[in-house]
Design a protein around this ligand. Structure first.
Ligand code: 5GP
Ligand code: MG
Ligand code: MG
Length: 180
């Protein structure tokens, strides 16, 4: 285990198993839709999850990316979201799935869903690898949730602290002395 991690909460095997189940559920739920699905990966934290997830979805599938940022560089979201990179795909009339790493305050997804719905997709759902047990979380209709997780700052499997740790193959709690 990396020296800056105090404990592993989801191992490489836990992640592989759960992501496979999520992919199977999506495959079943969208089996009948015409035109397949568009999976939108939310950079950068959602990228590792998305790449594993799409390989577990057995449907016609397109992948696109959006990058968003909430102002500020701390460990909490500010609530103000801006788009740093928009889609290349026209999603009007398409079945769209947002693939996000983690729901914390819920502000990022609240903003994204409103923004994407205004483009009139045929449907819009969310697949989040994790949902944090955060007080006053925005009410997000998330159809696919991989894991519920404690309100601690976690890294690995795409999630960073100051751009580090994204390459850890597991998800772990960062020692508080690293960011305090
Ligand atoms: P929200 O807008 O729901 O508060 O947070 C969304 C984004 O904040 C997530 O997509 C993720 O990038 C980041 N985030 C929230 N909680 C954590 C965490 O525990 N660790 C890391 N590395 N990022 C987090
Ligand atoms: Mg994210
Ligand atoms: Mg980050």
């Amino acid at each position: 285990m990396h020296n800056d991690i105090s404990k592993i909460i989801f191992s490489e095997q836990d992640l592989a198993n759960r992501v496979a189940e999520m992919g199977e559920a999506i495959t079943r739920d969208y089996a009948e839709v015409p035109g397949g699905v568009v999976v939108i990966s939310i950079l950068r934290g959602g990228a590792v999850f998305t790449c594993d997830l799409i390989r577990r979805i057995n449907l016609p599938l397109e992948m696109d990316f959006m990058a968003v940022s909430s102002y500020g560089n701390g460990v909490k979201s500010s609530g103000v979201v801006r788009i740093l990179k928009d889609l290349n795909t026209d999603i009007r009339g398409r079945h769209v799935i947002i693939a996000e790493d983690i729901i914390d305050s819920g502000f990022t997804l609240q903003y994204l869903m409103k923004n994407l719905l205004s483009r009139e997709p045929a449907s819009l759902t969310v697949a989040a690898l994790m949902r944090k047990d955060t007080p006053n979380q925005a009410d997000i209709d998330c159809r696919y949730v991989g894991f519920e997780c404690p309100d601690e700052f976690i890294v690995g499997y795409g999630l960073d602290y100051a751009e580090h740790y994204r390459n850890l193959p597991y998800i772990g709690v960062l020692k508080p002395e690293i960011y305090q």
